[in-house]
Design a protein around this ligand. Structure first.
Ligand SMILES: [Mg+2]
Length: 323
């Protein structure tokens, strides 16, 4: 029996669970060795080394909006934000479990797009989706991924290892995702720089190579990835290490699209926009990957900000908070 070609009006309910499971099985390839894969009650694989485990969920209306995020970009982002946590630990992703709760009236083409996005991003990182679960949802689309990874060096990168006297660095640029989201919500003109910000929001690029280089660097202190905005995440790193971070707003690397905004608005997006998925790290000496020095580790607690050479008050709250 050949499956009918999906039209945009067909829903998940019309296709049903076995078509959904078949669509999943044919998309998720085994790039990592598996003794038992999708199809049994659980997957089986062997590991002799330490394992990193992370999980991240994405809920429609909280993390994405179907009006402006295409299905495949939602799937890609679900994988990318998990891989970013693996990168921040100094690891490489290996296996993943994918769980989706989907409303019955979800367009079948949207379901296939989502699976294509998850499969493509997983394959790009050499990761095998080896199982999971699919259920109906009485409300929004609800997605979760659990990812396992291996350490690339002897020890993981941790938030708690910042020491007084180290410099503070960030990879890439800040504020792009926040600008992209603002552009999608307000429909501002799509200049080329804005399009790159929208891409940064829809499909972040986890810093796997940078995390691996940092894990091998003898000068490294602490490391974490930036998901909720520098202002909030830097406070977490400082607290985990029992130190204070003195950061300079003039040194922050802006996404090029922020040139379109006032300085105050640009700084706001760099601090509170969130979802940049860059690595924030501390260390002594020359970092082994491209990064911008944004401040230093000193004795004390919390964060101090400088702007134009003088201290400035910044709310430490204001990044994304779920509750
Ligand atoms: Mg994280």
């Amino acid at each position: 029996m050949t499956a009918p070609h999906p039209s945009s009006s067909d829903t998940l309910a019309e296709y049903g669970e076995s078509a959904l499971i078949a669509a999943i099985t044919e998309r998720f390839s085994e790039t990592q060795p598996l003794e038992v894969g999708i199809g049994d009650d659980g997957a089986v694989f062997r590991q002799a080394q330490p394992i990193i485990a992370v999980a991240d969920a994405m809920i429609e209306g909280v993390h994405f909006d179907r009006r402006w995020s295409p299905a495949d970009s939602v799937g890609r982002k679900l994988v990318a934000v998990n891989v970013s946590d693996i990168a921040a630990m100094g690891g490489m992703p290996t296996y993943a479990l994918f769980t989706a709760s989907l409303p019955r009236d979800l367009p079948w083409t949207w379901v296939l797009g989502l699976l294509d996005g998850v499969a493509a991003e997983a394959a790009r990182h050499g990761m095998t989706v080896c199982g999971g679960d699919v259920t109906g949802s009485p409300g929004p689309v609800s997605l979760s991924l659990s990812v396992l990874g291996r350490l690339v060096a002897e020890r993981p990168l941790l938030r708690r290892n910042a020491r007084v006297g180290e410099s503070v660095y960030v990879t890439g640029s800040l504020g792009g995702s926040g600008l992209g989201l603002t552009a999608l919500q307000t429909g501002v003109p799509r200049a080329e720089l804005v399009l790159s910000a929208i891409a940064a929001h829809r499909t972040p690029m986890p810093r796997l190579q940078e995390g691996a280089a940092l894990a091998h660097w003898s000068g490294v202190g602490a490391c974490m990835d930036l998901s909720d905005g520098l202002a909030q995440d830097a406070v977490r790193l400082a607290a985990a290490s029992g130190v204070r971070l003195e950061l300079d707003l003039d040194l922050l690397p802006p996404h090029p699209g922020l040139d379109l905004l006032s300085a105050e608005r640009a700084v706001h997006l760099m601090l509170y926009g969130g979802e940049d998925y860059e690595l924030l790290f501390t260390g002594v000496g020359l970092p082994p990957c491209p990064a911008t020095r944004i401040g230093e580790v000193v004795a004390g607690a919390g964060i101090g900000w400088r702007w134009g050479g003088t201290s400035t008050e910044r709310r430490e709250e204001g990044g994304f908070s779920h509750f």
